[in-house]
Structure formats: structure tokens, C-alpha cells
Design a protein around this ligand. Structure first.
Ligand code: PLP
Length: 453
């Protein structure tokens, strides 16, 4: 009997050998028995190997904000590859990185003027946390080392990200984590009061006041930064209550703590503005971005830092490196070209405004699922919605996974689920009919969930 490798290994000549690729955040064995293969994408649709069109209900992974297959972006990447395939940004530079940094600074709230490039959201989180600690070291406050995240926060998958993050499964297999990250604020959500709220729940000061208790416990002089998602995406779409971020900002200001917004999901129009900072009227000290910056086409991430932070680094000998951090591909020419073209599309097609205009459409559609079987809560903000299902207590996560697989097989839908929460995040180019189609598909799946094998 030949082994699986003998039959389907690289030397076998079989094209669809699935054994070698270890998929991230995926039940690999189940996937390889029932693969969901995507081979092409255009507009709001993916296409599988048989040419079946699948409506993309989560903008890829919250990143393809202008829809798939945008020729403007493809052309820009092609031209960049032809002109300058690679250039280092350690000790050298190339024009599009500077152009893009200026463009991003102009989109960010006033005072956030300096952009540090990396290649993913996770790397951007790492960079912002390193900048925060180094900022205090350079300011003569090097006892400020604590980095405070939030329960159910998602800040990527590296050690720093899972340490300030608060998603149990992402943390518990990998300890010990980064020192100085043991404290997490509560997620500003309580189902008893907030279930089925449309957009931002009222209030929320009490959740921010948990920071005051941490300050009392540890002393503000040990705390460097607080990092939060203005709308928690991966945990299942939890928008900030109305008074939450202003209170967090006020407490940070009083105690000299840096406030970081992780806008990897909320950046570039998801909440109807360039950044969620604008929607909430709160200016953080740093914004973390990735995903939509290139419309998902080429990996890129980064940090937009305040003038004060940048100036604190720009001291000492002019020939001395101010920040010992960076990556081979920081500000890669292809990523910069893709990002500049994406920002052009967002602007010329008015896509952030379009997201705002479509917000009530998605809102009304998802809240119509309130009486569907197993639904425990529905939340929405901008072009994002989360639908919590009551978990099957004997197997939490089973219902969510079944929704994903059934939506793909029976409803031609590509969804995102996190545990038993369904996330919808249509591209900002979606039509009202696309939104209706994805929500109705979810509704039909819920009607038959648990009923058949
Ligand atoms: N931060 C947030 C808020 C995210 O949602 C994500 C990814 O979903 C990340 C960081 C990590 O980004 P990446 O997967 O590009 O490393």
C-alpha cells in the first residue's frame, strides 16, 4: 500500500495534493476532506474550480474594501514590479513610500503625521508596542513598561499581539507570553443591557473606568500604553459605546499613558470614515493599520504616530539610528503602489461615504434575523455586522462552523465566523441587492441548522 505521500506527494505529479499546506486558523483535517477552494475573484464574488460564483460576505478577511480584481490596483502593481521590483528602506528610500506616507498622514486625524511601514497587521501591532515602550525610555520614564489590552481583543497572532489580545484560544497554548501584558480591560459590552442594539450602545464609561482601577493597582508610572480596537472585529463586531473612547482618552491624558487604536479592520472606510478615530471623535497617539490599505492585494501594514512621539525619537546624533526596528519588506514598492492606487479608488469612488450610506441597509437587513433560530444577539456598525448564535453547550463553535460550511455549500456564500458568531462585512462597493442576498442566505442556513445531518 503506498503511503499518502507516495500517492499524492510533490513527486506524484498530482496538482491538487492538499497534504503539504498547513492552513492557518483552520481545522486542517476537515478542510482537506471537504476543501473550499477559491481560484478567481472579481467584484463581490469569488469563483471556485467549477466556475461557481460565491458572494464574498466579509471582503476577503475584512480587507478587500473596494471589491476584488480592481484593474487600477493590478496595473499599478504591474508597473511598479517592472520599474522597481525591490528597494531597501534601511538607509535608502524610494519615492512611492514617501508619497504614500504623506497620503496616509493626510487621511489620519490632525497631529498623526508620521508613518512607519511593516507588512501585516500583526507586525504593525508589534511595532506600535515597541515604539510605545521606547518612547518612554527616550522620555526618561523607562519604568513605564505595562501594555494594557482588552478582553476578547484581537491584535494579530505574534507573541506581542496575543499577549495584549484577549482571545482565549489564541493565547492558552503558547505561554508564557510577553511580560508586562497581564492586565486586560473588559470588552465594553454587556448582553443584558446591549443585546440587539443598533450601532453604538449608549454610555460605556464604566468599562473605561476599569483603567482607573488598574492605575490604582500598579501606579500610572508603570503603564506605557493602552491598545484597543475602536470596533472589535474578530471577536464579533462590537462597536464602542458612545462615551467609552472619550473616557479612555481622558484617563490616558491625565496619567500620561499612550492610547493606541488598532484600526486594522476599522481603517479605510469600514465605519464610513478613513479611520474610526473620526467616527468617534477621539484622537489616539498612534493608529495601527493594514488590510484595506492595499485593498488586500499586497501585504502591508503600518503605524501612524503623533508628532510628539516622532519628535521624541528625533534626538541625539544626526547619524544615529533613532528606532532599531524594521523589516526587509517595510515599504515594499509593490505594496506602496497598490496602496496609492487603492487610496485613489476609495477617494474617486467616494467609498467611505458609500459605506455610510449603506449602513442602514445592512443594519435593517441583519436585524430582521432577530427571530431566526439560535440567534442570541445582533450588532452592527458601518458595514460590519455580528450575529451571535446560542452555542451548542456540548460543542461550542460547532454551530458557527456549520453555518460557514453550509453557507458555502448551499448558499454560495463566503462568510466569516468566530466561534459561534457570524461576521458580515461586505465590500464598500456592495449593492443593496448583494447585502440582501448575503443576509437572506444566512437566514436560510439558520432555519435548517441542527435539523439535518
Ligand atoms: N489587528 C486587528 C484588529 C485585526 O483584525 C487583525 C487581523 O484580523 C490584526 C491586527 C492582524 O493582522 P494580520 O492578520 O495582517 O497580521
Amino acid at each position: 500500500m503506498p503511503s499518502e505521500k507516495d500517492r499524492t506527494g510533490p513527486a506524484s505529479g498530482l496538482e491538487n495534493d492538499l497534504s503539504a499546506f498547513w492552513l492557518p486558523f483552520t481545522p486542517n483535517r476537515d478542510f482537506k476532506r471537504h476543501p473550499r477552494m477559491l481560484v478567481r475573484a472579481e467584484g463581490m464574488y469569488f469563483y471556485d474550480e467549477r466556475g461557481r460564483a460565491l458572494l464574498d460576505a466579509c471582503s476577503g478577511l475584512w480587507c478587500v474594501n473596494a471589491g476584488h480584481g480592481r484593474q487600477r490596483i493590478t496595473q499599478a502593481i504591474r508597473e511598479a514590479a517592472g520599474a522597481l521590483d525591490y528597494a531597501p528602506t534601511f538607509q535608502f528610500g524610494h519615492p512611492s513610500a514617501f508619497r504614500l506616507a504623506a497620503r496616509l498622514a493626510s487621511l489620519a486625524p490632525p497631529g498623526l503625521d508620521h508613518v512607519f511601514f511593516v507588512n501585516s497587521g500583526s507586525e504593525a501591532v508589534d511595532a506600535t508596542l515597541k515604539i510605545a515602550r521606547a518612547f518612554f525610555q527616550k522620555s526618561g520614564q523607562d519604568q513605564r513598561f505595562r501594555l494594557i489590552g482588552r478582553d476578547r481583543g484581537y491584535h494579530g497572532a505574534t507573541y506581542a499581539g496575543i499577549s495584549v489580545g484577549g482571545i482565549a484560544n489564541n493565547r492558552r497554548h503558547f505561554g508564557p507570553l510577553l511580560p508586562g501584558t497581564d492586565d486586560h480591560l473588559p470588552l465594553p459590552y454587556g448582553r443584558a443591557r446591549m443585546a440587539f442594539t443598533r450601532r453604538e450602545p449608549e454610555g460605556g464609561v464604566e468599562f473605561a473606568d476599569a483603567l482607573a482601577r488598574m492605575i490604582a493597582l500598579h501606579g500610572a508610572e508603570t503603564i506605557a500604553a493602552v491598545i484597543v480596537e475602536p470596533m472589535a472585529g474578530s471577536a464579533g463586531v462590537f462597536a464602542s459605546p458612545t462615551d467609552y473612547l472619550p473616557r479612555l482618552r481622558a484617563i490616558c491624558d491625565v496619567h500620561g499613558i499612550l492610547l493606541i487604536f488598532d484600526e486594522v479592520i476599522t481603517g479605510f472606510g469600514r465605519l464610513g470614515c478613513a479611520f474610526a478615530a473620526e467616527r468617534y471623535g477621539v484622537v489616539p497617539d498612534m493608529i495601527v493599520f493594514a488590510k484595506g490599505v492595499t485593498n488586500g492585494s499586497v501585504p502591508m501594514g503600518g503605524v501612524i504616530a503623533s508628532q510628539k512621539i516622532y519628535d521624541t525619537f528625533m534626538q541625539g546624533p544626526e547619524r544615529g539610528i533613532e528606532l532599531f526596528h524594521g523589516h526587509t519588506y517595510s515599504g515594499h514598492p509593490l505594496a506602496c503602489a497598490a496602496a496609492l492606487a487603492s487610496l485613489d479608488l476609495y477617494e474617486e469612488e467616494g467609498l467611505f461615504e458609500r459605506a455610510r450610506a449603506l449602513e442602514p441597509v445592512l443594519e435593517n437587513a441583519v436585524h430582521a434575523l432577530r427571530e431566526a433560530p439560535h440567534v442570541a444577539d445582533i450588532r452592527n456598525a458601518g458595514l460590519a455586522a455580528g450575529i451571535d448564535l446560542e452555542p451548542d453547550l456540548s460543542e461550542p463553535g460547532r454551530r458557527g462552523y456549520e453555518v460557514l460550511t453550509r453557507a458555502f455549500a448551499d448558499e454560495n456564500l463566503v462568510l466569516r465566523v468566530s466561534g459561534d458568531t457570524i461576521a458580515l462585512a461586505p465590500a464598500l462597493v456592495a449593492s443593496e441587492a448583494d447585502i440582501a442576498c448575503m443576509v437572506e442566505g444566512v437566514g436560510r442556513v439558520l432555519q435548517t441548522l441542527d435539523r439535518e445531518g
